[in-house]
Ligand binder design. Structure first.
Ligand code: IP8
Length: 248
């Protein structure tokens, strides 16, 4: 099965609060629809989307990160609310393309222990897959023992899902065509973080979960082979190709 992450920055205007990039989401939904229909659902697909302008601004306003928590219900309504709003946009667009996409909200399913380690039950995701659905999860808040609620990034969910479901392939769709070197050329393969540490800067937008460096580090921990690519390459990835940067 495949875990595909639609980066928040790829489907929203990341620098304007709560602004969708409708054209980008349409392009992603169309590509997913074509490949999903062609495979006649014999290969399970789980989608995870990030926040982009729908979660990070709210989270930073409330001072909530993956480690800094809050006990303020207003923070929960704002941050989780923003993420479920974006989730609705994603589901609606996929439904318009006849993709049987359904929501799975991490806030209602996952939690962190006092060390911050994430537990994400996946029985519902597995059953939905077996029943022919495409579960769509998203970066969210989660209950965090001793800290209230903290952010869980889409990338963390991708890792948890890929591991629990023994995913064959993991794809991260980003705003860039892959991980870029100092000359803006796509790095074809990354096997160790040290190889790319010097070129992976901090994310320039408000991103409480760490930008490209954190993504690469997370993907390096996976058993499954992972690819980072741009919107134009979703179809190529879902058809079995390895566009962009392969992280192995
Ligand atoms: O964009 C973050 O998800 P990400 C979600 O995948 C929130 O890092 C709530 C900021």
């Amino acid at each position: 099965m495949i875990v595909l992450k639609l980066g928040g920055s790829a489907i929203t205007d990341k620098d304007r609060p709560e602004t969708l990039d409708g054209a980008a989401l349409e392009e992603a939904a169309a590509a997913i629809a074509v490949t999903h229909a062609a495979k006649e659902r014999d290969e399970g697909l789980v989608i995870v989307h990030g926040g982009g302008s729908f979660g990070h601004h709210n989270a930073s306003e409330h001072g909530v990160t993956t480690t800094e928590g809050s006990h303020d219900t207003a923070a929960v309504f704002d941050i989780h609310g923003a993420m479920t709003t974006l989730n609705q946009f994603v589901l609606t667009r996929l439904a318009e393309h006849d993709v049987p996409a359904v929501p799975v909200h991490p806030f209602s399913a996952a939690h962190r222990d006092t060390d911050g380690d994430l537990t994400l039950p996946t029985g519902q995701v597995e059953t939905l897959l077996e029943e022919g659905f495409v579960p769509v999860l998203h970066g969210d808040l989660v209950a965090h023992a001793g800290a209230g609620v903290t952010v869980v990034s889409g990338d963390e969910l991708v890792t948890a899902l890929a591991t629990a479901l023994e995913a064959d392939r993991v794809g991260l769709c980003s705003t860039v065509p892959g991980v870029l070197d100092d000359d803006d050329a796509v790095i074809e393969q990354i096997t160790a973080f040290d190889d790319v540490a010097s070129v992976l800067g901090e994310s320039e937008s408000t991103d409480v979960t760490g930008g490209m460096a954190a993504k690469v580090q997370t993907l390096l921990e996976l058993e499954a082979s992972a690819s980072i690519f741009g919107l134009a390459d979703i179809k190529a990835f879902l058809e079995g190709g390895e566009p962009g940067t392969t992280v192995d």
